[in-house]
Structure formats: structure tokens, C-alpha cells
Design a binder for this molecule. Sequence first.
Ligand code: DLL
Length: 434
Amino acid sequence: MRYWNPQAETCSLDERHALQSERLCNTAAHAYNNVKLYRDKMDKLGVKPGDIRSIDDLHKLPFTYKDDLRDTYPYGMFAVPMSEVVRIHASSGTTGKSTVVGYTRNDVAVWSECMARSLMMGGVTREDIIHVSYGYGLFTGGLGGHYGGELIGATVIPVSVGNTKRQLQIMEDFGSTVLMCTPSYACLLGDAVTEGNLRNKLNLRVGFMGAEPWSENMRRQIEERLGITALDIFGLSEVCGPGVSNECKCKNGLHVQDDHFYPEIIDPDTGEVLPHGTRGELVFTCITKEALPLLRYRTRDLATLSREACPCGRTTIRMSKPTGRSDDMLIIRGVNVFPSQIESVLLNYAQVAPHYLIVVDRVNNTDTLEVRVEMSDAMFSDEVRQIESIERRIRRDVESTLGLSAAIKLVAPRSIERSEGKAKRVLDKRDLVK
Ligand code: DLL
């Protein structure tokens, strides 16, 4: 079988349009009737659910922003009672509070279905052994891959992250055929396989890499070193997690599961909807979600959309690899990081000045994070021991805020370059999109 759900994946454009329209009408009413924030936003625009008669009316609906989720933290945008919510995930917010996502039983089923469709794009069947090295926990990567794999009937190994030596041992001993992990971790595994001369001992065939941007160069490296076909998988927690879109073996864009997540591309500055083929900000409307029916959610990811026919036969719309962001979010070792999160930690320390620079690099296929912070004049004359102690405390606070280790370097007053316009807070030396 080539498709998990042939009807959903290969139906005619007219059928697709009719299904999307019906689902959007229901979702607009569901959101309006059950989420105060949407009722207020739609009332302000003078739009009633009855004004939404087809998917072509989508542009009449208001946008949703990450901050809307933060302002209603944790459950204020849920459209069902908590007794209907069977799962919670969360991702980084712009400051202290995370973005909380809820799923009903049906939402988990839809997500699993989308993941099963994704896995089948890489030819995964019940005969496969899926090695899931995405993190299990509030992050959606681990459980997303897990449920999709089980739905197909494949054997799923929930390895989660870390301990590369053990990962390779499990892959070899358990005969893993499918690898799911971030592209940077796949590069690291590739290095270890090459070093240990392990390639012939592994049975890997295909990989699903995502959660962060990656280049064609990285794809080449991963495929060569691990002996696999490496496919791009995209998603975001707010919309469901991985499986919003995925590459098929043609590798010419990611098929969006647009019978569940309807994409638009807009101008990030004006909000105007842009024609297919134009680069802009990706916006998703969740047209089947029960717990969190997001309308026109601003992902901040920059991409293009295409309706050109794909040789695989799927009629879903395709998106390009995301080629950047319209905000300042960084993805470091698969973890989403907003500079404002780091700033909020630094502001708690009177000893350091509000001048800092976040330096991100990639060394031996692993992302590194260093925060350079200027000391105040008073602190600069302190003893080394005291300076080191503050450095340690800041490191601990940054790590617990981000869930990611960071090097903290206290530097001399006025040593960080000042800019005349907007302060430049981030120096990203990685070469991610090419
Ligand atoms: O990263 C979900 C996921 C898990 C996707 C496993 C794929 C595999 P969040 O933590 O909410 O969710 O981060 C979402 O990560 O808005 C993009 O900026 C970025 N991102 C996700 N997949 C890709 C990808 C998961 N394939 C944010 N290419 C998104 C580039 C990606 N960026």
C-alpha cells in the first residue's frame, strides 16, 4: 500500500475543497461558541460563524498569536471541558510561561493518523522497527512518532534522547529500520557510525528528521553516513506536533495534511494573504481540532506553498522547507529558545548590565550556546571568586529556564558592541539553510 489514507491523501481538489469548507464552518462555530478570546476577536471584527460559508472565507477570521496562548495560560483557549482533555504538551513561550496545548481523545487520534500518513510517505509498514530518538515528555516529538508508528502496527522503540553509544547499540541489537530524530542528532549519529565503522552492522533504511531547520548539505551527510533516505518532517506543538507536513520520497516539498491543518502564506508585516509560490509567513488553521481549535495561527516560520502535482499522487498542498523565521526564535539542539527568555533571567541580576550577546554555533555537529553578559562597573572590580559565583548562578537559572545547558561569560563593561539601531542580541554562526 502506498498511502495510509488514500481517500484523504489523493482525493480530487473539489472534494478536498468541500471537506475543508465543511470543517472550517464547524470549527469557526466551535471556536466562537466555546473560546472567549475568539468570541471577542470575532465580535471586534464583526464576523459571526454564519459568515463563514466555505474555506474561501477564511481570510475573514482573526489571526491567533503565540501571545494569545500566553495571555490565556494555561487552559484559557481550550474549547472543551478538562474532562474531555486526555493529553497536555507544551513548548517554549517568549518569556517565562510555556505555550500549553491540550488534546481530546479524537485530537490524539487525528495526530496519530497524520503521523501514520507521514511514516508511510517513507514506505514504513508494520514490518518496520522504529527507533524514536526524539525527546519524550512535554515536547511532542517522542510521543508523536510513537503513536503514529503504533497505529501503522510497526514495532516502536521509545529510546528518547541522549547516550549515543547506547542508541547505536540498541539500533544494532534490535535491528532498527527507521530512525526518528532531529537532523543535528542524525549528523552526530552519522559521525559516530563512521568513526566506529558500524554502517554494515545497522539495518536503517529511512529517517524522519525535523523540529529544526536543516540544509540539503546536512541531508547528504546524513544519508551517506547512515545509509538511509532522510525525509523532512515538520510540525509545531500548537497545531499538534510532528506530522503537520512531511516529505514523500520525491523530496520536492512537504505534503501538508490540509484536511486537518489548512495553511496560508501571509505577508508578516501587513497580514495580507500571498499567492502560492511567494515566500511569507506560514499560518495554520486547525479545522478538526476539538480541544484547541486554532484559527489562523501565526507560526512565524517563513516558507512557500505549492499546488503543483507531485509524482507520488498525493493531492495535498505542499510547503517548502521553512527557510527562516519572522521573529527571533532560535532552535538550539532541538529546543526552541527566545532571546527574551534569557533576558528575563539576566534582569534578575543587578550585578550585570543589560548588555548581552547570545552566540550560537555548531561544533562537531552539536549546537553550542554562549551568553556573553557585561558586568557592571562595580562588579568588574570584584574578586574573581565572586565573579565566578555569579556566573554559576546565572548559568543555573538560564539552564532551568531554557531546559538547555549554556556557557555564561561575564565580560568587561562596555565591551559588547553597541548598535545604532535595534540592539543585536544574537550572533548565529551556524549555516542552517542551504
Ligand atoms: O518541533 C514538533 C516536531 C517534533 C516537528 C519532531 C518535527 C519533528 P515545537 O517544539 O513546537 O514543535 O517547535 C515548532 O520548530 O515552528 C519551526 O520553527 C521548527 N520546526 C519544526 N519542524 C521543522 C522542520 C516541534 N522540519 C517549531 N524544519 C516550528 C524547520 C522546523 N523547522
